[in-house]
Design a protein around this ligand. Structure first.
Ligand code: PGA
Length: 255
């Protein structure tokens, strides 16, 4: 049985003070909630504040990206060992906003994922099709290319530490989530692909859904057999909506 995993992706929101406040609220709302694995991903400069504010809770801290190299002349970047040293235990990789605005390729994401694992971080690797690709009937082909390419450098023995996040680009920040049937179709397809790649380890890997997850659609999404949690953007910026999503996902799985 895979433990559900919900991560809040704060994107470029919340300065240090706001991070402290939201973490304090999450501590009250979810700090002792152990049925679901939990993490939040603040901006780099707010990571130490989040780690400090969430100390002793069940809520982990994630980076939103890392570089593939350990250190060196890469102005503006942060490495996986640096995130680990700062207290992070997760890192989001290959988010569609990174793929779009920073031209990240599957090959680059694969290198970052391998670096993250080597540093002790558990990567959350994002994939998902655009609206044009879905309308063109290319969803599964696009997702297959992304999954195979982005996980190309993952040793089978470490695969269980990797979470996949299926985030259809047309559902991110639009208020238009995939239906539970659309999500399950792609999640089941990804599970099959993972089985062909890492065999039995595939059944230990969590596949999160992401894209306009809200308290009122979380339960139905989570009721799907291959949906193992969520990567939550907008609704993770308020403690009450994030906590409601986490609790709805737990109830769906506990049934
Ligand atoms: P959203 O973002 O929940 O605001 O749609 C999800 C994501 O981009 O991870």
């Amino acid at each position: 049985m895979r433990k559900p995993f919900v991560c809040g992706n704060w994107k470029m929101n919340k300065n240090v003070g706001e991070t402290r406040s939201l973490c304090a609220e999450l501590r009250t709302a979810l700090g002792a909630f152990s049925q679901v694995e939990l993490a939040v991903a603040p901006v780099f400069v707010s990571l130490p504040a989040a780690v400090d504010a969430l100390k002793g809770t069940n809520i982990g801290v994630a980076g939103q990206d890392c570089h593939a190299e350990k250190e060196g002349a890469y102005t503006g970047n942060v490495s996986a060992p640096m995130l680990f040293d700062a207290g992070c235990r997760y890192v989001i990789l290959g988010h569609s906003e990174r793929r779009t605005y920073h031209a990240e390729t599957d090959a680059l994401v694969a290198k970052k994922a391998a670096a993250a694992l080597a540093a002790g971080l558990n990567p959350i690797v994002c994939v998902g099709e655009t609206l044009a690709e879905r309308d063109g009937g290319k969803t599964l082909t696009v997702v297959e290319t992304q999954v195979r390419g982005s996980l190309a450098d993952i040793p089978e023995a470490l695969a269980a530490r990797v979470t996949l996040a299926y985030e259809p680009v047309w559902a991110i920040g639009t208020g238009r989530n995939a239906t539970s049937a659309q999500a399950q179709e792609v999640h089941a397809f990804i599970r099959g692909l993972l089985r062909s790649m890492v065999h039995g380890e595939a059944d230990k890997m969590r596949i999160q859904y992401g894209g306009s997850v809200k308290p009122d659609n979380a339960k139905e999404l989570m009721a799907q057999p291959d949906v193992d949690g969520a990567l939550v953007g907008g609704a993770s910026l308020k403690a009450d909506s994030f906590a409601a999503i986490v609790k709805a996902m737990h109830e769906a799985r506990a049934r």
